[in-house]
Design a protein around this ligand. Structure first.
Ligand code: CDT
Length: 327
């Protein structure tokens, strides 16, 4: 059966440190209006879409960084985005920094900070929440780095796993939607956990610097975009899903983030790609029935997966060295 949904990646150009939420929200509302004119039913915005990519800025006292976080969603500042999307019956994915007061693993309720994304249905309801699991970067100020990447300082590791929900989207009764945030896309484990829940559409936002600030050796610049696309295309193919990947791009606070937002089909093909590093809407018609081919043949998990041979995947974190032949 043909099940078609028209989706968009709403790439955002840079947001400078001094710019208030209202500027970003206004730009996102313009993109929702554009999406409506193009018949789009689901829009994906980037990671931490409401502010500059603040993990590049060091705050000695972490509470000083609370200015970058949201304590409620929607809020007065983000309500116009929810209103616009609801007016047009468009669902969306939004990344933002979240402060919540919740029990931790010891049962103690405390203030907690996460790099979060929500899935909002066409009715305006939040239908799914995801908190970033793979936090790159470092927790302490790194004097040797030209640009800091302090995600490990400002965020806890996400505590919601990789959830998928079947939610009404566009004209369809139910679409199996999952979420990832930026660095997660590089980890096949994340894709597989979504694949094991029959995901059909992965929404993911990212902020990726054009240069590898951690590299001690040479890394060719063009490979940064290649690795992003490679990860998403492989994840889609191996899990028989579509993905919509939206960048925040351009020069933010003097630091370049690459764009090249893409939409990918279950064959791993790029079916739309951004050509600018500005606010840009790329769209594609996704026939979700295409997910059937992979999941009933080469990636029919129930027939071909061998979890008994994969124990290292969950039992081990770092790599061990192999047994030496002849020793
Ligand atoms: N935001 C984010 O996760 N960015 C990373 C780059 C990290 S470099 C320390 C990414 O994987 O794109």
């Amino acid at each position: 059966m043909t099940r078609i949904i028209t989706v968009a990646a709403a790439q955002l150009g840079p947001i400078q440190k001094a710019e208030p939420r209202s500027v970003a929200v206004d730009r996102m509302v313009r993109l929702i209006e554009r999406a409506h004119r193009r018949g789009v039913e689901f829009v994906v915005f980037p990671e931490l879409a409401l502010t500059t990519f603040f993990p590049r800025h060091y705050h000695d006292d972490i509470t000083e960084a609370d200015i970058w976080f949201e304590t409620e969603m929607p809020s007065n500042e983000t309500a116009p985005l929810f209103d616009a999307a609801k007016r047009y019956g468009i669902g969306f994915h939004l990344g933002y920094a979240e402060i919540t007061h919740e029990a931790d693993e010891t049962g103690r309720v405390r203030k907690r900070r996460f790099n979060t994304a929500i899935l909002v249905g066409p009715s305006g309801d939040i239908v799914l929440r995801y908190r970033k699991v793979h936090l790159p970067g470092h927790a302490e100020y790194a004097p040797g780095r030209k640009v800091q990447h302090l995600e490990k300082r400002y965020f806890e590791v996400g505590n919601l796993g990789f959830p998928v929900i079947r939610a009404p989207m566009g004209g369809l009764d139910g679409v199996n939607v999952g979420m990832m945030i930026c660095n997660d896309r590089r980890w096949p484990e994340a894709w597989r956990v979504l694949g094991l829940q029959s995901v059909e559409l992965v929404a993911l936002g990212y902020n990726t610097p054009s240069l590898n600030m951690e590299a001690t050796g040479f890394e060719a610049h063009h490979l940064r975009v290649f690795h992003s696309h490679l990860s998403i295309q492989a994840g889609c193919y191996q899990n028989a899903t579509f993905a919509v990947a939206a960048a925040k791009a351009g020069k933010e606070d003097g630091n370049e983030l690459f764009g090249h937002s893409i939409i990918v089909n279950p064959q791993g093909e790029i079916i739309a790609m951004a050509a600018s590093w500005e606010d840009e809407l790329i769209t594609a018609e996704c026939n979700l029935s295409m997910c059937e081919l992979g999941r009933t043949t080469i990636f029919a998990f129930e027939r071909h997966r061998r979890p008994e041979a994969y124990q290292r995947i969950t039992g081990q974190i770092g790599a061990v060295t192999p047994r030496v032949w002849g020793a």
